[in-house]
Design a protein around this ligand. Structure first.
Ligand SMILES: Cc1cc2nc3c(=O)[nH]c(=O)nc-3n(C[C@H](O)[C@H](O)[C@H](O)COP(=O)(O)O)c2cc1C
Length: 204
């Protein structure tokens, strides 16, 4: 018999599933760019593509995103693990994180916030709406430009004709609260694995 144990509810959002670690860049009226770690990040719409990020009201980035009405979701890899942790533990109110960490800001195409050059994927988002939640503000942004390092998209399309970044070359970082982890090698193909069950049924 499978026995379940009940854990405190406060562990639910941070520890019950791995969360993608992203670096969100933003900029304020003084033109100083900032970076924070956001793990409460998810795609929320496909047409048009939209992302949501949840940020506590007291974070510096929260007011910067409100000011410039945009943000960039930068996807870091394992080699930036120390820089990631710094961005998640220091506020841009007192430190210039780009300069301090030697990260290179690149001018974005459509939003004011810069891309982080060292991150292989950068998603420019234009702020669409803010949903007020009890402890966080949920910023919903429309994707206006998607950048991927050129060397990652040279090559074959997948079976759906989509040119996917070569994710197997990247050590994406996930967090399970106090642990940083990486996703590993490809183990299967979505919408295909179910066929190996050989149990029929109407496939949508
Ligand atoms: C692993 C990790 C994940 C985090 N995820 C979030 C998050 O999703 N939302 C949030 O508001 N803060 C999150 N934080 C905290 C902020 O990144 C942190 O407070 C940062 O220093 C805020 O910077 P700022 O004041 O310059 O905006 C996270 C921190 C770490 C270390």
């Amino acid at each position: 018999m499978i026995v379940k144990k009940l854990l405190p509810l406060k562990m639910a959002t941070m520890t019950s599933l791995p969360l993608a670690v992203t670096l969100v860049s933003s900029i304020g009226k003084d033109n100083k760019p900032n970076i924070m770690v956001v793990t409460y990040v998810t795609g929320v719409n496909e047409e048009p593509p939209m992302f949501g990020i949840a940020i506590r009201p007291q974070k510096h980035s929260n007011s910067l995103i409100r000011f410039s009405r945009g943000f960039v979701i930068n996807i870091p890899t394992l080699k930036l693990i120390k820089e990631i942790d710094y961005c998640g533990t220091h506020t841009g109110r007192s430190v210039q994180k780009f300069g301090q960490l030697g990260l290179l800001p690149i001018k974005a195409r459509k939003v004011k916030a810069p891309l982080i050059a060292e991150c292989p994927i950068n998603i420019e988002c234009q702020l669409d709406k803010i949903v007020k939640l009890p402890s966080h503000d949920f910023f919903i942004g429309k994707v206006v430009v998607l950048h991927v390092d050129k060397k990652l998209v040279e090559g074959k399309k997948n079976i759906y004709g989509v040119l996917l970044p070569k994710f197997n070359q990247l050590d994406f970082v996930f967090s399970t609260f106090l642990d940083y982890r990486v996703i590993g090698e490809k183990k299967g193909t979505a919408f295909q694995e179910h066929k190996k069950l050989n149990i029929g049924g109407i496939c949508l």
